[in-house]
Each structure stands twice: as structure tokens, then as C-alpha cells.
Write a protein that binds this ligand. Structure first.
Ligand code: GDP
Ligand code: MN
Length: 389
């Protein structure tokens, strides 16, 4: 789960990570009042959407007075922001964060994530802040500093000091960097974050270290431990199809191909995507209907798949372990009937009651092709799409 910058900064503050003062606003008048309350010579008005690159897209504006802040907010609120990280249709801005301006001396990059290969936490930092870190990594990988933290030992102060000196900080700056990184690391661990990113972390003319931007991702599987974090969810920011899937407990990820997939089990779903690629096709989605998929679930899954206009064929690949294939087959037939599915269906049922399941499919008068093996299913689905084109 992602949260907004202003929410991330609220958590930063709680954990002693220095951030500028700021207030949320949903109208230009509120932004004006916020700027007045902050009382600084410069304020920054920032679009709150779940996407980075806002600065370049016109979603971050400096204002020299409260009335300028009002104007900036009226320009940003209601705009559809396009950045390299927004979906093709852009993102509607519903709120802005009004923040005290900072005198930036230098911009840095700082992130914490999990390095699965090393089985350690990784603190990633760079003197090349403010720009896209992927580009820095590509052009000058030596500018990316990584500190690995063993979960059994924890983060040691000397590691932070060492990283600070590598970034070129002097003794006084390092003394501020230590509690900054410590707070961020505590937040990362305590709240079960999957990633924390600050770009830019800035050194101000006054000698302060401040997080000017803040991105936080949380591990969805750990959200049950943090109801206060789950509350920060903003459904308006989430992919509409993924949200609908979430509500009915289906794991769904939209992709850009044309073969809709309905599979039970994430591993089988991944294998199905691979097989489609192997057979020369492109999947329209990843969909794990879960181990306990029943008739209703199957129907909901079909609805979700068919919302995608690109879908030209559907591949159902079910392994009957906990589920019974005959019940799935009934679900498929009922869903195809009810929803008036017009695209060709390729169905592979294996496992418990698969023979009965296939008989149910054969008896229906729908455009359903049964497949025995995964390879056959992939080939049939790809052929169905080619036939439709
Ligand atoms: P992003 O573009 O979505 O990553 O949004 P950021 O929060 O990183 O803001 C974009 C850029 O605006 C930053 O990299 C800064 O250069 C600039 N910026 C943000 N806050 C301030 C500020 O207080 N003062 C000045 N001068 N620039 C700022
Ligand atoms: Mn940024």
C-alpha cells in the first residue's frame, strides 16, 4: 500500500525524521490560510497524488506570498497531472500540501528497502538527489552508496556515520544525519514498510537536514498489525480494477496484453503467464482467484477480466486441489451465460473432479474449448486470439 507525501511526512515527524512544517489543503482558500499560518517568505504548494515526478509535471509550485499560494493551489487542484509515473490517463489532483519553503544548499537521495538476495536491509544513498535515481544508477553507478544491515544485528550508529562521511557531510552534519537515518529505520521496521524513499533529502543554507519529499510503501500482508496505517489508504488513488479485485479478495494485476487469465494460486498464475508468452501471446492480467475459489468468485473474476476492453480470449487454468473442478466448471458456464461472454474461452481443468468438470463444459453450448495440458491451453488461447484478429 502507498500513502501520500503528507501522510509519509506525518509519520516521519512521529519518528523524529526532520521535515518542513506543512498543512494539507483541498481548496485555494485553505491553501492561502495555510500559507499565512506557516508565515515563511516562501511556501511550496505540492500536488498530493500517488506518483512521483510531480515537479516536472507542474504539480509543485513555489509561492512568495499567501495570495500566490492561493493562485498556485487553484492551478494545481483539479488538474490532471501527467508524469512518467502516472497512468496514461494522468491523475486528478484533489489535495495539495502547503509547506514552508527551504533554502536548498544541496540535494541528496536516501532510501531503505529490503535486499532479498543479500537477505538484509539496504540503506541506499546518493549525492545525486533530486533526479531520477534509476538514471543515476544507469549513468554513474559509483554514485550510489549501499549500506547493508543485518536484521540480526540491527543498524549500528557507526554505519550511519560512515555513510554520512561518504556523502561528504562534515562532523556537524553527520551528527544530524545519525538521528535522521535512525528515525527512518525505526519507522521502516516498526510499521512494516516495504520501502522508504526520500528524494530529495536536502541540506539547507542554515545547515539543517530535511526530508523535502517522502514516499512510503507498506507490506500489505502486515497491515493487519497496523490499523492506523491501513486507515491512510486512499482508494481514489488506486487502480480501479485492482481495487475492485481487492474488495472481493482476488489478487489482480492489470497487464497490457489481450488474453485474460483466471487461475487459482499465484504460482500457477505466474506459470500461466509464462506459458502464454512462450506460445507467442500476451496476457491481459494476472489473476489469482485463490485456493478456495467457488462459483461466485469465478463469476466476479470473469466480470473483472471483461472490464478490460483489450481482452480477446480468456484462459481459465484451474488445479483442483481444495476446489472441485466440477463446481468451477458450473461457475464458468453460469458466468459465461449470465455475463454474455463473447470472447472465446479456453479452459483447463486438472485435479479433483476434472473429468466431471470437463463433461459440464462439453455439455454447455458455449464457445468453450477444453485443454488437457498447460501447453495446450496456452497454444489454444493464443490461436483463439489470432483467430479473432
Ligand atoms: P516529485 O517531483 O514528485 O519528486 O516532488 P518533490 O517533492 O521531490 O519536489 C520536486 C522538486 O521541487 C524538488 O526536487 C525540489 O527541487 C523542489 N522543491 C521542493 N520543495 C522545495 C522548497 O522548499 N524550496 C525549493 N527551492 N525547492 C523545492
Ligand atoms: Mn521527489
Amino acid at each position: 500500500m502507498n500513502v501520500h507525501e503528507y501522510q509519509a511526512k506525518g509519520l516521519f515527524r512521529e519518528f523524529g525524521v526532520a521535515v518542513p512544517e506543512g498543512q494539507l489543503a483541498t481548496t485555494p482558500e485553505e491553501a492561502e490560510r495555510a500559507a499565512k499560518a506557516l508565515g515563511t517568505a516562501v511556501v511550496v504548494v505540492k500536488a498530493q497524488v500517488h506518483a512521483g515526478g510531480r515537479g516536472k509535471g507542474g504539480g509543485v509550485k513555489l509561492a512568495q506570498s499567501a495570495s500566490e499560494a492561493k493562485t498556485a493551489a487553484s492551478e494545481i487542484l483539479g488538474m490532471t497531472l501527467h508524469t512518467p509515473q502516472t497512468p496514461p490517463e494522468g491523475k486528478l489532483v484533489r489535495k495539495v500540501y502547503v509547506e514552508a519553503g527551504s533554502n536548498i544548499e544541496k540535494e541528496y537521495y536516501l532510501a531503505i528497502l529490503f535486499d532479498r538476495a543479500a537477505e538484509k536491509f539496504a540503506i541506499v544513498a546518493s549525492t545525486e538527489g533530486g533526479m531520477e535515481i534509476e538514471i543515476v544508477a544507469e549513468n554513474s553507478p559509483d554514485k550510489i552508496l549501499t549500506t547493508l544491515v543485518d536484521p540480526n544485528v540491527g543498524l549500528r550508529d557507526y554505519q550511519i556515520r560512515d555513510l554520512g562521511f561518504q556523502l561528504g557531510f562534515d562532523k556537524g552534519q553527520v551528527a544530524k544525519f545519525v538521528p535522521f537515518v535512525r528515525g527512518l529505520f525505526d519507522l521502516y521496521l516498526e510499521k512494516d514498510c516495504s520501502q522508504v524513499e526520500i528524494n530529495p533529502l536536502v541540506l539547507t543554507a542554515e545547515g539543517d537536514l530535511l526530508a523535502l519529499d517522502g514516499k512510503l510503501n507498506f507490506d500489505d500482508s502486515a497491515l493487519y498489525r497496523h490499523p492506523e496505517i491501513a486507515e491512510l489508504r486512499d482508494p481514489e488513488e488506486e487502480d480501479e480494477r485492482e481495487r475492485a479485485a481487492n474488495e472481493i479478495d482476488l489478487a489482480y494485476v492489470g497487464l497490457d496484453g489481450n488474453i485474460g487469465c483466471m487461475v487459482n494460486g499465484a504460482g500457477l498464475a505466474m506459470a500461466t503467464l509464462d506459458m502464454i508468452h512462450y506460445c507467442g501471446g500476451k496476457p491481459a492480467n494476472f489473476l489469482d482467484a485463490g485456493g478456495g475459489a467457488d462459483k461466485e468468485k469465478v463469476k466476479e473474476a470473469f466480470k473483472l477480466i471483461l472490464r478490460d476492453e483489450n481482452v480477446k480470449a480468456i484462459l481459465v487454468n484451474i488445479f483442483g486441489g481444495i476446489v472441485r473442478c466440477d463446481l468451477i466448471a458450473e461457475g464458468v458456464v453460469a458466468a459465461a451465460d449470465d455475463l454474455g461472454v463473447e470472447v472465446p474461452l479456453v479452459v483447463r481443468l486438472q485435479g479433483t473432479k476434472s473429468v466431471e468438470g470437463r463433461a459440464i463444459l462439453a455439455e454447455s453450448n458455449l464457445n468453450i474449448t477444453s485443454a488437457e495440458t498447460l501447453k495446450e491451453a496456452g497454444e489454444l488461447a493464443v490461436a483463439a486470439v489470432k483467430g479473432a484478429a
